[in-house]
Design a protein around this ligand. Structure first.
Ligand code: SF4
Length: 472
């Protein structure tokens, strides 16, 4: 997927003026957050589960080498193969090699953001292997030559009309606006592909170290057909997906479904453990797991380690006012929203993704809904610091911060200026007590007015309250 993150501002502006996208985003804003809140309300122990999820993920991250090696040993014991990939190139090559050995012409694919991260589809296509997306949203996007805008609902930026148009155009069928008919149409098209595919590629929500199993959760069942019907099943997963035991996995399943879609449980939860055994009724002859690092091990022990707890539920973006206004494509790469604002700079570089950690109101909603309590705003701040240190932030911001830094080191001057500013704002506010326009802050006052400061500066008010507390 092409990197367009440096154009975040332009893309966000376009998105804000796109009525079709705004309609689709309205559906998102009124859908997932309410469903999550209802599911959480039905589960009194949810907050405790979040703590357990956070602690368990921290434990795994601190012993990642141990659990990954255990996972590899178990996969091999079950007759599967593990391929370690340091970066996207190694992962792509490993998957292409498997496809070539299987003499594959077509591969079916379950939804996998990791495959987007390594740009797998284009690579396979360039090398003569035709990938077919089988998740309904991904299938629609593939027909449109489009990309996901959300990590669990990839086509959330589209409306019914968009789907009707592309189905009619690509399938050569009569246009219909009936969702059930469209679904049936996709089902009929995909059934043939499931049967014809030589290789099935899926992602993994979790890799279980004690059994060497991988789990995928879907609401369509397409993942099951992708991994059971072809002769070869390839799982592509990043190293942070490992969990110690099946019981640990169930903890995250409970958190994931509620945080993502507000379901008690995702409809299909499918475990794969090695290739088909002699007494199995179905399953692939070969089972491969490609374990991708792609910069994640560099996050260990640093400011961004906690991001490795992410279970890709999407709650942070579903509740983010910025994502809700501009949608996922504005972010310009695979991972949008608050989790993308932290992860993307690590994967493609802060020089290309510098806008993303700045695309936040810091309202803290993302952290408050994250099932594994990832402190996303804190890590966005770390990225802003990196940006500043490397002189990547805009000149105006650097000058402003330099001036701020100077005044805070000269408290008397700072207080004097703050009082003068407070007085000036009162004058500007006039009798109505509202400021309508401020120099250097037009982006703010264009949409909202600011109340005139009451009771002097913050320091004045603080001192006053201290005095009152002492007197009482
Ligand atoms: S950062 Fe938290 S809320 Fe966002 S996708 Fe990851 S686990 Fe979910």
């Amino acid at each position: 997927m092409q990197i367009n993150s440096p154009q975040f501002k332009e893309r966000a502006k376009t998105a804000l003026h796109d009525p079709s996208l705004q309609k689709a985003l309205g559906n998102l804003r009124h859908g997932f957050p309410g469903k999550r809140a209802a599911a959480v309300a039905r589960m009194p122990e949810f907050e405790q589960l979040r703590d357990e999820g956070r602690d368990l993920k921290n434990h795994v991250i601190e012993h990642l080498d141990f659990y990954l090696e255990q996972f590899e040993t178990k996969v091999i014991e079950q007759g599967g193969q593990v391929h370690w990939a340091r970066d996207a190139e190694e992962a792509r090559k490993a998957i292409l090699d498997i496809c070539r050995k299987a003499n594959a012409k077509t591969v079916t694919k379950g939804k996998s953001m990791v495959s987007e991260e390594i740009n797998l589809n284009d690579y396979l296509e360039e090398h003569g292997v035709h990938p077919i997306e089988t998740d309904l949203g991904e299938y629609i996007l593939q027909l449109r030559e489009d990309h996901p805008s959300h990590i669990i609902a990839p086509a959330i930026h589209l409306n019914l009309d968009d789907v009707s148009d592309i189905f009619s155009k690509k399938h050569g069928t009569e246009r219909t606006d009936d969702p059930a008919a469209l679904m049936q149409e996709a089902r009929e098209m995909l059934r043939k592909q499931f049967v014809a595919a030589d290789v099935g590629i899926t992602g993994a929500n979790f890799c279980v170290a004690e059994t060497g199993s991988t789990l995928i959760v879907t609401n369509e069942g397409n993942g099951d057909l992708t991994q059971i019907l072809p002769r070869v099943h390839v799982v592509i997963a990043t190293i942070d997906k490992v969990v110690p035991t099946l019981e640990d996995m169930t903890l995250f399943q409970r958190l994931l479904a509620r945080s993502a879609t507000g379901q008690e449980f995702t409809v299909y939860n499918t475990l794969s453990t090695g290739p088909r055994r002699s007494d199995d009724q179905d399953g692939p002859e070969e089972y491969h797991v490609v374990l991708l690092d792609n910069g994640r091990s560099e996050m260990l022990g640093g400011d961004f380690q906690e991001m490795l707890r992410c279970i890709r539920c999407s709650a942070c973006m579903n509740h983010c006012p910025v994502y809700g206004a501009v949608g996922g494509h504005a972010y310009g790469w695979v991972y949008p929203g608050p989790m993308g604002a932290v992860l993307t700079p690590k994967l493609i570089g802060i020089d290309k993704a510098g806008h993303l950690p700045n695309a936040s109101t810091f309202c803290g909603k993302c952290e408050s809904v994250c099932p594994v309590r990832i402190p996303l705003p804190k890590m966005m701040r770390h990225w802003r610091e990196r940006e500043f240190e490397r002189h990547l932030s805009p000149k105006g911001v650097r000058l402003g911060l330099g001036a701020w830094s100077y005044f805070t080191r000269h408290p008397k001057l700072y207080r004097w200026l703050a009082r003068a500013g407070s007085f000036g704002l009162k004058l500007m506010a006039g009798k109505k007590g509202r400021v309508h326009s401020l120099p250097l802050s037009k982006g703010w006052t264009a949409w909202r007015e600011m109340p005139a400061p009451e009771g002097g500066t913050f320091m004045d008010q603080w001192k006053k309250q201290q005095r009152q507390a002492e007197e009482n």
